[in-house]
Design a protein around this ligand. Structure first.
Ligand SMILES: [Fe+2]
Length: 512
């Protein structure tokens, strides 16, 4: 466990050839980019939470059956300031830091008054996002960092707020077939309102006269917003679902208390301590119609739950079907405090609710004649129910598909469409993945892979050239914990907020 969580990872600046066991299919050519925490100790100071660690970028270049690996720390402003001071001087979500330890309480108070919404970190450690031809390291703050996908060099710092009014944004955007990016973020107490903002970044931008090539971010467009149910306690969310015509967003009772967050600095507590799960509350399901750019007026809700990862969503016979990995509480986040990540972690740190693959179904059209209490879902493909209640309210009961999985991926060619397979890391009551799982939704059966001394990262599906459909067995090839990855690369393992690769819909020859 110490290998995974304890030590700072060393950069591998020069590409090193990996030892390949077995054979890599000749068609699998390209570069797999990953991102994740790599350094948790700076000088004498240590981050509190696994998700706070400094971002380490990884690249696996796959050419002609061989793999070369390199890694480099993201040279964010946060990284540079910390290394220069030889201690943590920039706050992360689970660690509050003070630039000057000699500052007294009055100067702290002044800083608090100056920054009700804090200036967040640019330690972008969760994912890699592709915008047009550009690649960005991303996290969940308003900052993203452009990177060179070949050399892993850190380039410009970009503030989302310059283009879209969001204080936070997800690190799990979606892409359509043309490469347009869809994402969402939270705008906190802006002009007296807190809202969730959905935005689109085009894949291509026409060149402006005399201005040369412009970043697609300059053409980012907010196309819808959903008001938060609470001005001062917006929901935390890590991802969302998208179908051909709709976006699915869960406003869950895992909330960020803005007043507590604004006073966290002066109180000497982390921002993470300002997040709480409210089991007495509901989870609201918002459906946004991309054509009208408006949320559906029906109030869909379900029981309180915590979702980090949406799996997929699609439309079927007048319904939206969407799949998520859901928990009954927020215990996952708590377990990744470094104080818990010790030798006895697997024995002592147990989730109080298991991550389960749950399928929801929502009717797209209301039925005026349906009786209160009746099930509005007539699909034969799922037992998920949507029960009509009074006043245009619908209570959704999911179908439980599989227990004990996280870090889900699909064949992204099927994103937003009916699909069959979920690839994931199998986790039971401990959040440490032990196996790679291929779950067949149609037959409700699964295939698993494991190997002594290996901890799986998030699997990645790469369709073979010419693959026509999901049932074609030949092209099925999951990358992510390939057999070549050994303990020494454990630092690349994707925890909940660990590494992600560039869009999956790209042909194998351009993995990155
Ligand atoms: Fe994630």
């Amino acid at each position: 466990m110490d290998v995974l969580f304890g030590r700072n990872k060393k950069e591998q600046l020069e590409p090193v050839k990996a030892k390949v066991r077995g054979q890599i299919p000749p068609w699998l050519q390209g570069t797999l980019l990953r991102n994740g925490p790599g350094m948790h100790t700076i000088g004498e100071s240590k981050y509190n939470h696994w998700f706070d660690g400094l971002a380490l970028l990884h690249s696996f270049a796959i050419r002609d059956g061989e793999v070369s690996y390199r890694s480099k720390y993201l040279r964010s402003d946060t990284y540079n300031a910390n290394i220069e001071a030889n201690r943590i001087v920039v706050s992360e979500f689970g660690t509050m830091a003070y630039p000057d330890p000699c500052k007294n309480i009055f100067s702290k108070a002044f800083s608090y008054l100056s920054h009700t919404i804090p200036d967040f970190t640019d330690n972008c450690l969760i994912n890699i996002m592709k915008c047009g031809e550009d690649f960005y390291a991303t996290s969940e703050t308003n900052y993203i960092r452009k990177i060179n996908p070949e050399t892993l060099e850190t380039l410009e710092k970009v503030d989302y707020r310059k283009y879209v009014a969001v204080n936070m944004a997800t690190a799990h955007p979606h892409y359509d077939a043309a490469g347009n990016v869809f994402n969402m973020g939270t705008s906190i107490v802006d002009k007296g309102k807190t809202k969730y903002v959905m935005f689109r970044i085009p894949a291509e931008v026409p060149e402006a006269k005399g201005k040369g090539k412009r970043s697609p971010l300059t053409q980012a467009e907010a196309f819808c917003s959903v008001p938060s149910r609470s001005l001062l306690s917006p929901s935390y969310y890590h991802s969302f679902g998208i179908t051909e015509n709709y976006l699915v967003f869960l406003e869950q009772p895992f909330k960020l208390d803005i007043l507590k967050m604004a006073t966290a600095y002066i109180r000497g507590v982390s921002w993470a301590s300002c997040m709480a799960f409210h089991p007495e509350d509901k989870t609201y399901i918002h459906v946004i119609d991309q054509r009208t750019r408006k949320p559906m007026p029906v109030r869909f809700y379900t029981d309180p739950l915590v979702v980090f990862h949406h799996v997929n969503a699609y439309e079927e016979d007048g319904c939206i079907v969407f799949d998520v990995i859901a928990y009954d509480d927020s215990s996952l986040y708590q377990l990744f405090y470094l104080a818990n990540l010790n030798q006895a972690f697997e024995q002592n740190a147990r989730l109080t609710s298991a991550p389960t693959l749950r399928r929801f179904a929502l009717p797209l059209r209301g039925d005026q004649n349906a009786e209160v209490g009746s099930n509005l879902i007539k699909l034969t493909s799922t037992t998920a129910r949507a029960l009509k209640e009074k006043d245009d309210q619908v209570y959704c009961q999911p179908e439980f598909l599989y227990e004990g999985l996280e870090l889900p991926r699909i064949n992204y060619s099927y994103n937003g469409k009916p699909y069959r397979y979920v690839f994931a890391a199998e986790v039971q009551w401990s959040p440490i993945p032990t196996k790679i799982l291929k779950y067949d939704i149609l037959t409700k059966s699964s295939l698993k892979w494991e190997e002594e001394g290996c901890w799986p990262a998030e699997p990645l599906f790469v369709p073979a050239p010419g693959a026509q459909d999901e049932d074609d067995e030949t092209p099925t090839h999951a990358v992510g914990m390939p057999r070549k990855v050994t303990r020494t690369m454990g630092g690349a393992a994707h925890t909940c907020r660990g590494g992600r690769a560039a869009p999956l819909s790209l042909p194998a020859s351009s993995l990155r």
